[in-house]
Design a protein around this ligand. Structure first.
Ligand code: TZP
Ligand code: MG
Length: 216
């Protein structure tokens, strides 16, 4: 199983949606439900807390054969031994970086980048991103100030992006079929899984829909 090429469902441990649950408990449920990749997204958490959660989640994901992505913190990702780090446009290009090799800890870490328009996706691929996120497709409370990019950008990605890419933003069981019809084969889902009554069942429901649109 290749962490990115074979990945269909990318789930999140987002501290905004823990609802009193421990980070590693949520990670266990995401793995049990069939997520192929899990991101730790801990906006506003102290670096110490991010380190602690990363270690606790990595113990779970390693055992399950699932890849861990640390959002925003390449140094912590590399220290923890996570295979991937995710960065936004503002963390990467706007912070002066030009190539992901500047952050990959001698090749031990891969970097995924957020993109919101075709020019950004092109630049991310040129910069050596391991994957790109395409979104937010729909309005989402998880990133309330971000302008939705619509399914048009997903259709563009399906035609033009040559590395693994993920549709993200406001994806639910109500609209996932539209996202797949637009050409997405890999999806990121945060709130529709973490706010569901049962994380495992929610992941399985998304996996079911994904199986109707095979990768290859
Ligand atoms: N980047 C673009 S949209 C988004 C991020 C992190 C949030 C996605 O969360 P949700 O709850 O699946 O809409
Ligand atoms: Mg960021």
């Amino acid at each position: 199983m290749n962490l990115l090429a074979d990945c269909r469902l990318y789930g999140f441990v987002d501290t905004a949606y823990l609802h009193g649950r421990a980070a590693d408990e949520v990670a266990r449920a995401l793995c049990a439900g069939g997520c192929d990749l899990i991101q730790l997204r801990a906006k506003g958490a102290t670096l110490d807390l991010v380190r602690q959660m990363a270690a606790a989640i990595l113990a779970v994901t390693d055992r399950a054969g699932v890849g861990l992505v640390i959002n925003d913190h390449p140094i912590i990702a590399a220290e923890a031994g996570a295979p991937l780090c995710h960065l936004g446009q503002e963390d990467f290009f706007d912070a002066g970086h030009r190539h992901v090799g500047e952050l990959t800890a001698g090749g031990r870490l891969q970097i995924g980048l957020s993109t919101h328009a075709p020019t950004q996706a092109g630049r991310a691929v040129e910069a050596g991103a391991a994957y790109v996120a395409i979104g937010p497709v729909f309005p989402t409370g998880t990133k309330p100030t971000a302008r939705p990019v619509s399914l048009e950008y997903v259709r563009w990605a399906a035609r033009e992006v040559t590395i693994p890419w993920f549709a993200i933003g406001g994806i639910t069981l109500e609209n996932v079929d539209d996202v797949l019809a637009a050409g997405a084969r890999r999806i990121c889902v945060v709130s529709a899984i973490l706010n569901a009554p049962d994380i495992v069942e929610a992941c399985q429901a998304f996996r079911n829909r994904l199986s109707s649109a095979p990768l290859r």
